[in-house]
Design a protein around this ligand. Structure first.
Ligand code: ADP
Ligand code: MG
Length: 248
């Protein structure tokens, strides 16, 4: 579904991604872990074309995504790519002046041309799926952090993406609100949504992921199934990183 080959990305003199290769098969859940500054967010942002990479190829469902094209054609292409990848950020970035339902329905209405009725029905279904149907007429400021993040997930799903990218979706939440968001992600996993999840929560990664990637210094250091990653990692760098977490 997602195939990343030799991605390099620099900010000025600082090389942040140093040749990333990564494949996520349809329906696979891949967790991405690693220390702060290792390039995890830059990788996700590059996949979603919020950053332009310096080198390498990004393939989504058999299509080369980061093609070079002139002007208007590129804009259209960019929109198509972004519609196929849903992204959920640490900070929810909901539209504060729109109701919850409007937050979820605006993109399909504008970008996919869904009618008001169609988008409303779809929006209410998605809100029900994340347990927030009763909040459809509220504004974001009336919701808890966990509820806001569930809306952000519903909003991303409204475009019916092929892949969902999560960048530390729970790390800005109070601890007691983490579980409700993780639960939504687990439901998506059970429905075989293809997902790439950046997380600091090793227990969650172990429960939900088919594979875990450990990134450090702009490179993928290790790519293992969770039982191996968390009990017998192959690399010393992985081991020393995980020791910190497992020993509290
Ligand atoms: P992570 O998500 O793993 O914590 P990031 O991808 O956010 O790591 O950052 C990787 C490195 O890239 C850091 O050193 C960060 O300071 C740098 N970086 C990220 N975005 C920018 C930017 N827009 N301009 C300059 N440096 C950046
Ligand atoms: Mg980050």
């Amino acid at each position: 579904m997602l195939d990343v080959r030799g991605i390099r990305k620099s900010f000025g003199a600082l090389e942040v991604l140093k040749g990333i290769d990564l494949t996520v098969r349809k329906g696979q859940i891949v967790a991405l872990i690693g220390p702060s500054g290792s390039g995890k967010s830059t990788l996700l942002r590059s996949l979603n074309m919020l950053e332009t990479v310096n080198e390498g190829e990004i393939w989504l469902d058999g299509r080369l995504v980061n093609r070079r094209m002139p002007g208007k054609a590129f804009e259209i292409h960019l929109n198509r790519v972004r519609q196929q990848m849903g992204m959920v950020f640490q900070h929810f970035n909901l539209f504060p002046h729109m109701t919850i339902l409007k937050n979820v329905t605006i993109a399909p209405r504008v970008l996919k041309g869904l009618s008001e009725d169609q988008s409303r029905r779809q929006g209410l279904d998605l809100l029900a799926k994340v347990g927030l149907e009763s909040k459809s007429d509220c504004y974001p400021s009336q919701l808890s952090g966990g509820q806001k993040q569930r809306v952000a997930i519903a909003r991303a799903l409204a475009m019916q993406p092929k892949v969902m990218l999560f960048d530390e979706a729970t790390s800005a939440l109070d601890p007691e609100l983490v579980e409700e968001v993780n639960l939504v992600m687990k439901h998506l996993a059970a429905e075989h949504m293809t997902m790439l999840i950046v997380t600091h929560e090793m227990k969650f990664a172990a429960e939900v992921a088919d594979r875990v990637l450990f990134m450090d210094g702009g490179m993928v250091v290790e790519d293992s199934p969770p039982d191996q990653m968390f009990t017998a990692p192959k690399q010393e760098r992985t081991r020393s990183f995980l020791r910190k977490y497992l020993n509290g």
